[in-house]
Design a protein around this ligand. Structure first.
Ligand SMILES: Cc1cc2nc3c(=O)[nH]c(=O)nc-3n(C[C@H](O)[C@H](O)[C@H](O)COP(=O)(O)OP(=O)(O)OC[C@H]3O[C@@H](n4cnc5c(N)ncnc54)[C@H](O)[C@@H]3O)c2cc1C
Length: 551
């Protein structure tokens, strides 16, 4: 772990670091004792009011509706910090705030927002968001069976939703259903607000027990039988909810990515502490070279994933396109976090496998998040569908040296010394990616990879994602150097990530072509050049370290 602590390494910005530290204080003061009190599968009904009382509910909800008026980026340390204490608390928050509350904010009328949001942001009411159905999760937009049927007075809701977080405890449900006009015609996916109070007879929540993880969170199937929905409970225009729902999901994915990184950070911190107390002969486990390399690799990938998640959140906050980036950030962060938790268990050995050690819980909690809010496979197919489009062609996934300098406020030419070799390696990787993409598209005879072979699409999505994440790593590294806040440790992690990522991309691009029976001399030459740059850079770094300049 860096001398300044992981939180400080992750949240370099003063504001976000202050927020992260405040969440940690809240966690120590309120969450630790509360979690000790809770039974194994008991729902944490005091958690949302506690979070509201300390200012951690409604982070990205405008102040006029009772929120904190912050940004999606500011929500990241909140959900990350809460997840580090308990994944279920963070999941409860994600369903309540990122899904239900955000849907009302994005689709609701002024009156609906004024009526619902203050109670949700104060934790007086619990929200649940009902999209998934027993027969369809990923495919729900094509196979939604819950129905809102038009009547002369309003609408009647019928249908069953499943896997609904907060489903048994919610006071307010945001339900997505297919609207059917009085003429029997399908009017499209429509959102509606359903209050528990007054509708008890028509709403049947059925708890789903036996989850692998997230034990404190409430997961339920919820049946709606002939629930009367007034006109003013319809969210947005009839038939317009498909688009809003996708926007809600995109923002929520960024929050979930941060949630997983909180669980991973906690696992990494616990593994680090454990290795310092475990003796192997005369030295500790921490002092073994293998352990140090493993911990450093975990920290490196955690830091890289953060750069991706923060970039996606910033794009969303700036109202710039962020669809592909949100998917990339979610896939990369959730899978990185899962690997980190797995490695933490390995470092704890037999103890890591036992329930008394929280790394085991973190792993189980994390396992949900490559499935929920967009399964990794579906997100990869979505990413692949956009690769090759303007903005996602290869070279534009990574910043140019010139733009690195201008973004970081550096003078012309000043980025080439610290970042030149890594940037050169990345450019070669991006060239290999672009060539592979063109050749695969030609070989498969399709302009859009999502309509060709799924296995190629998934591999190409991974290459594009890795390249984009590396682009964020080099951008953040340059900015930190310019601000004078980059620790030697972070710089060396960033450079190591960039070299590894470049090599992997070059190698995997060749493998991808080979799988299609193709070869390209340019890919081989890029791979050799990156290998050479890596070797040269490694010896330069080692001589810096020998001269005491590397940390
Ligand atoms: C604990 C928990 C909490 C949840 N909370 C909520 C909630 O609050 N609200 C809500 O609405 N939902 C919620 N969900 C549902 C969750 O979002 C879905 O489980 C998820 O979207 C996946 O859907 P599914 O389970 O139906 O899997 P499926 O869609 O059936 O997918 C199964 C597998 O098939 C793969 N697959 C699917 N389609 C394709 C394809 N075309 N090509 C290749 N592979 C494919 C998927 O990637 C996945 O690996 C929750 C789920 C859980 C377990």
């Amino acid at each position: 772990m860096g001398a300044r602590g992981l939180l400080a390494e992750i949240f370099q910005d003063d504001d976000l670091l202050l927020l992260a530290k405040a969440v940690r204080e809240f966690g120590e003061r309120e969450l630790v004792p509360y979690l000790r009190e809770l039974g194994q599968e008991e729902f944490p009904d005091k958690f949302l009011p506690l979070a509201a009382g300390s200012g951690f509910l409604g982070t990205a909800i405008p102040g006029e509706f009772g929120g904190q008026g912050g940004t999606l980026e500011a929500f990241l340390p909140v959900i990350e910090g809460i997840a580090a204490y308990d994944g279920s608390l963070a999941l409860t928050l994600a369903a309540h705030e990122s899904l239900a509350t955000t849907h009302v904010l994005l689709a609701g009328s002024c009156e609906q927002k004024r009526k619902c949001l203050p109670d949700l942001t104060a934790g007086r009411k619990i929200g649940a968001w009902c999209l998934t159905e027993p027969q369809a999760g990923s495919n729900i937009f094509n196979d939604m069976r819950a129905k809102l049927s038009r009547t002369s007075q309003g609408w009647i809701l019928n249908g069953e939703k499943t896997f609904i977080t907060n489903g048994c405890h919610a006071d307010l449900y945001v339900v997505l259903a297919r609207a059917i006009g009085q003429d029997g015609q399908d009017a499209g996916i429509t959102g509606c607000l359903v209050e528990r109070q007054g509708n008890q007879h028509g709403i049947t929540p059925m708890p789903l027990h036996g989850k692998m993880g997230m034990w404190h969170s409430d997961t339920a199937a919820v049946r709606f039988d002939n629930v009367f929905i007034t006109e003013d409970s319809i969210l947005g225009a009839v038939g317009s909810a498909g688009q809003v729902t996708r926007r809600v999901l995109l923002r929520a994915r960024i929050g979930v990515a941060a949630l997983t990184l909180g669980l991973a950070r906690d696992a990494l911190e616990r593994a680090t502490s454990y290795t310092k107390t475990r003796n192997i002969g005369k030295a500790t486990l921490f002092e073994q070279q293998l352990t140090r390399a493993r911990l450093s690799g975990m920290e490196e990938s955690l830091w890289a994933a953060w750069q991706a998640v923060r970039c996606a959140a910033r794009l969303a906050d700036q109202s710039k396109p962020f669809k592909v980036q949100a998917c990339m950030a979610k896939v990369f962060a959730t899978e990185t976090a899962l690997r980190i938790a797995d490695e933490a268990i390995q470092l704890l050995g037999g103890y890591g496998y036992m329930r008394d050690y929280k790394v085991e819980q973190n792993y189980r909690d994390l396992r949900l998040l490559t499935i929920g809010e967009g399964a990794s496979e579906i997100l990869r197919l979505a990413i692949a569908g956009h690769l090759g489009e303007p903005g996602f062609g290869g070279e534009d996934l990574i910043p140019s040296l010139k733009s690195l300098e201008s973004d970081a406020g550096l003078t012309c030419g000043s980025a080439s010394s610290p970042w030149g070799p890594s940037h050169h390696a990345l450019q070669l990787a991006s060239d290999s990616f672009r060539i592979a993409l063109e050749q695969i598209k030609k070989a498969e005879g399709c302009g859009d990879l999502s309509s060709g072979s799924q296995s190629s699409a998934i591999k190409v999505a991974d290459l594009g994602t890795k390249l984009w994440v590396a682009g964020q790593v080099i951008r953040s590294g340059a900015q930190l150097v310019n601000r004078g806040t980059a620790s030697g440790k972070i710089l060396s992690l960033a450079k190591s990530f960039l070299m590894k990522a470049s090599l992997e991309i070059c190698h995997q691009a060749m493998e991808l072509l080979r799988a299609h029976g193709l070869t390209d001399e340019r890919l081989l030459s890029n791979y050799s050049a990156v290998l050479e740059t890596t070797a040269r850079n490694r010896s330069a770094e080692s001589s810096l370290l020998l001269n005491g300049e590397g940390s």
